[in-house]
Design a protein around this ligand. Structure first.
Ligand code: B12
Ligand code: SF4
Length: 527
C-alpha cells in the first residue's frame, strides 16, 4: 500500500485543518510535504487520545523472502483495549509496507497523532530502527508523546531513557493493562509544562522525572487473558499477511509463559508464569477469523502451549470438532510431542501442518548445560512421531553453544541428519543480556555490536577457532547439505499427502531464496 493510500486510511474520522508547509520534505519522491505541527491534544476535550501504533520498519530477509510478513499481534493486543476505552487508534505497519522514516512522520502528521506507540516482534534487532523512527517523529512533532514497548525495552528501560530523549515512556512487560491506565494518566497530564508527568501510581512503566529515568515496580501478570480484546479491526488489508502459500495468516496466542528455564531464552522471565485463555473462547476466535476474514493459517505465538496435557488436549479436541479448513504451526518441545504420542492424531485433525522444535543441539551434554530439560532421544523420536502423522517438523539448531570448530560443526550435521527433521532452522547464539547465558557471557568478545543483526541469523560472538567468514560458510554448508540430503529430496518428490507435498515444495523453494539472499547479504557486507 503506498503512503498516499495509507494516509487516506488514517485521515478518516476527524476533520482537522491540514495546513501544508511549503515543501521542506519529500515523501517517496512526490512533492507532498509534512502536515503542519499538530494542534496538540485536540481530542483531549473528550479525554481521549489519537494513538498511532507503529510496527517498526525493520526489514528482514526472513519476512521479505521467507515466511512472509505476519500481523503484529503485540500491537493488536494493546490496540483492542485502547479502542475499547474510546481512544482513536490506527495501525501503521511500516515493516510490511516498507515505509521510510519520512513516510511514517508524514502519517503521524496526517493522523494528527497525540501519541505514538512503537514496537516490533524482532525486538532487539528492531531497537535501533525504533529509536530512529521516534527521533524523526520528535523532530517534526516535538510534543507527540512517544511510548515504546516489547521485550528489548522492558529490560533496557533505564539506559534507553537516559540516552534517548526521543523516548518518553517505556511500558515494561505485557501491555494491555498498563497502556489503558497509562493513556488515561497522560490524557489528564499531557499538556503539563515540560511533559513532567507523574506516573508513579502505575506499575510497569519507566519514564523521565526531572530529567532522571524512573520506574515503577513490575506489574503482576494478567490473570484472565480473555479480559482484553484483540484489535483485529486494526488490520485493514488481510491480504498483506500470508504464510506458506496457504493464503491469509494470523498470529494468535493461547497461552503465555513457559515453566522451563533454558539459559539462552528470556521468554520464561518476560511472561513470569504460565497462563492460558479459556479453550472455547480461543477456538471461537480462530473460527471467527476464518469465517470473517478467511484466515487459513494460524501461527501460535505461545512459548509452550502444551504445558498441561489435559488443557492442550481440550484445545485440539475443540479444534478437531469444528473441522475448520485451517493450518496451524506452533513451537512445541520435543519432549511434549513424545508425551503426546497417543493424541497426535488430534494434532493432525486440529490442522497442524508444522511443528517447530527448539532442540538447539545434538548432544545431551549441551542440552543439560543450557537447561533444556530434554534429551537427544526425545528429538529423534518426536520427528518420527510427527512424520507418522504427516506433520512437518522444523528443527532449530544453535551454532556457537560451544567453541565451534570444523569438527563440532561436522558432528552437528551428523546429529541433525540423525534427527532427520523436514527442515533445519540454523541460528547463531545471541546472548541477550537479560538471560542467564547472556549474563554468563557478558565479557565474551563480541563480533557484532550492531543490534540490528541480533536476530539469530547473524554471528554475534567471536569464536577462537573460526573466523566469521569460515563460520558463515560452514553454517551455509550445513544448511545446504542438510536440505539436499537424498532422504529429504526423496520426500519432496514422493510425499503422498498432496497438501504436505505442496508445503514441502513451497518451503524448499523459500529456503533456497533465503539461503542465497543471506549469502549475497554477507558478501555485500564483507566485501
Ligand atoms: C510468532 C513469532 C514470529 C513470527 C511472526 C512475527 C510477527 N510479525 O508476529 C515469525 C516467524 C515471522 C517471526 C520472525 C522473527 N522473530 Co519472532 N517470534 C514469534 C513469537 C513466537 C511470538 C510473537 C508474538 O506475537 N508474541 C505475542 C505478543 C502478544 O507478545 P509481544 O509482542 O511481546 O507483545 C506484548 C508485550 O511485549 C507488550 N508490547 C508489545 N509491543 C508493544 C508496544 C508498545 C508500545 C507497548 C506499550 C507494549 C507492547 O504488549 C503485548 C501484549 O502483552 C515470539 C516469542 C513469543 N512467544 O513472544 C518470537 C520472538 C518475538 N521472535 C524473535 C525474533 C528474534 C524474530 C526474528 C528477528 C527472527 C529472525 N531471525 O528473523 C524475526 C523478525 C521478524 C520480522 N522481521 O518481522 C524473538 C525476539 C527476541 C528479541 N529480544 O529480539 C522472540 C522473542 C523469540 C525468542 N524466543 O527469542 N517471529
Ligand atoms: S522451552 Fe522454549 S520458551 Fe521455554 S524456556 Fe526453553 S526455549 Fe524458552
Amino acid at each position: 500500500m503506498g503512503i498516499r493510500n495509507i494516509a487516506m486510511s488514517l485521515h478518516t474520522d476527524r476533520k482537522y485543518p491540514l495546513l501544508l508547509h511549503s515543501g521542506e520534505r519529500q515523501v517517496r519522491g512526490d512533492s507532498a510535504s509534512l502536515p503542519a505541527p499538530l494542534n496538540y491534544y485536540p481530542s483531549l476535550k473528550e479525554k481521549t487520545m489519537r494513538i498511532l501504533l507503529i510496527n517498526a520498519p525493520l526489514q528482514s530477509i526472513v519476512c521479505d523472502r521467507g515466511v512472509g510478513h505476519q500481523v503484529p499481534l503485540g500491537l493488536l493486543m494493546i490496540g483492542g483495549p485502547l479502542r475499547d476505552c474510546g481512544h482513536t487508534v490506527r495501525l501503521l505497519d511500516a515493516a510490511c509496507d516498507h515505509l521510510s522514516d519520512a513516510d511514517i512522520v508524514y502519517a503521524v502528521g496526517i493522523f494528527s497523532a497525540d501519541l505514538v506507540m512503537i514496537a516490533h516482534v524482532g525486538s532487539t534487532s528492531a531497537h535501533p530502527c525504533c529509536l530512529r523512527v521516534l527521533r524523526a517523529i520528535k523532530v517534526a512533532y516535538p510534543r507527540t508523546i512517544t511510548v515504546y514497548g516489547g521485550v528489548h525495552p522492558t529490560y533496557h528501560d533505564r539506559t534507553i531513557l537516559a540516552q534517548h530523549p526521543e523516548v518518553d515512556v517505556i511500558v515494561r512487560g505485557e501491555g494491555e493493562e498498563t497502556v489503558t491506565a497509562l493513556v488515561d494518566l497522560l490524557a489528564q497530564q499531557a499538556s503539563q509544562p515540560d511533559q513532567n508527568w507523574n506516573l508513579s501510581s502505575l506499575p510497569g512503566v519507566s519514564w523521565r522525572k526531572q530529567g532522571e529515568a524512573v520506574r515503577t515496580p513490575a506489574r503482576v501478570p494478567i490473570r484472565d487473558l480473555d479480559r482484553y480484546r484483540i484489535g483485529w479491526e486494526l488490520i485493514l488489508d488481510w491480504d498483506k499477511y500470508q504464510a506458506f502459500g496457504l493464503g491469509r495468516a494470523a498470529v494468535v496466542q493461547f497461552s503465555r509463559g513457559c515453566p522451563h528455564l533454558c539459559t539462552y531464552c528470556g521468554q520464561w522471565m518476560f511472561w513470569k508464569r504460565w497462563r492460558h485463555r479459556e479453550v472455547k473462547t480461543f477456538v471461537d476466535e480462530l473460527a471467527w477469523l476464518y469465517e470473517t476474514h478467511d484466515i487459513r493459517f494460524f501461527w501460535l505465538a505461545d512459548e509452550n502451549p502444551t504445558t498441561l496435557k489435559d488443557i492442550w488436549q481440550r484445545v485440539l479436541e475443540e479444534l478437531a470438532q469444528r473441522k475448520l479448513p485451517i493450518g496451524l504451526c506452533a513451537s512445541i518441545r520435543a519432549q511434549d510431542i513424545v508425551r503426546d504420542a497417543d493424541i497426535l492424531h488430534l494434532y493432525k485433525q486440529a490442522g497442524f501442518l508444522y511443528v517447530l522444535m527448539g532442540v538447539e543441539t545434538v548432544t545431551d551434554e549441551t542440552m543439560s548445560k543450557i537447561r533444556k530439560d530434554s534429551c537427544v532421544d526425545d528429538a529423534y523420536q518426536a520427528v518420527r512421531l510427527l512424520r507418522q502423522h504427516q506433520i512437518l517438523s522444523i528443527v532449530d539448531y544453535i551454532f556457537g553453544l560451544e567453541d565451534e570448530t570444523p569438527g563440532t560443526i561436522w558432528r552437528g550435521l551428523r546429529g541433525l541428519h540423525r534427527y532427520d527433521g523436514d527442515f533445519l532452522n540454523a541460528l547463531y547464539l545471541t546472548p541477550h543480556a537479560w538471560t542467564p547465558l547472556g549474563q554468563h557471557l557478558r565479557d565474551a568478545p563480541v563480533h557484532e555490536a550492531d543490534l540490528w543483526r541480533w536476530d539469530y541469523r547473524h554471528q554475534i560472538l567471536s569464536l577462537p577457532a573460526l573466523s566469521p567468514t569460515k563460520l558463515f560458510f560452514c553454517v551455509k554448508m550445513v544448511e545446504c547439505l542438510y536440505h539436499l540430503h537424498p532422504r529429504r529430496l526423496w520426500r519432496l518428490l514422493t510425499a503422498t499427502d498432496p497438501r504436505i507435498r505442496r508445503l514441502l515444495r513451497w518451503s524448499f523453494w523459500h529456503i533456497i531464496v533465503t539461503f542465497w539472499s543471506e549469502i549475497f547479504d554477507f558478501l555485500a557486507r564483507t566485501s
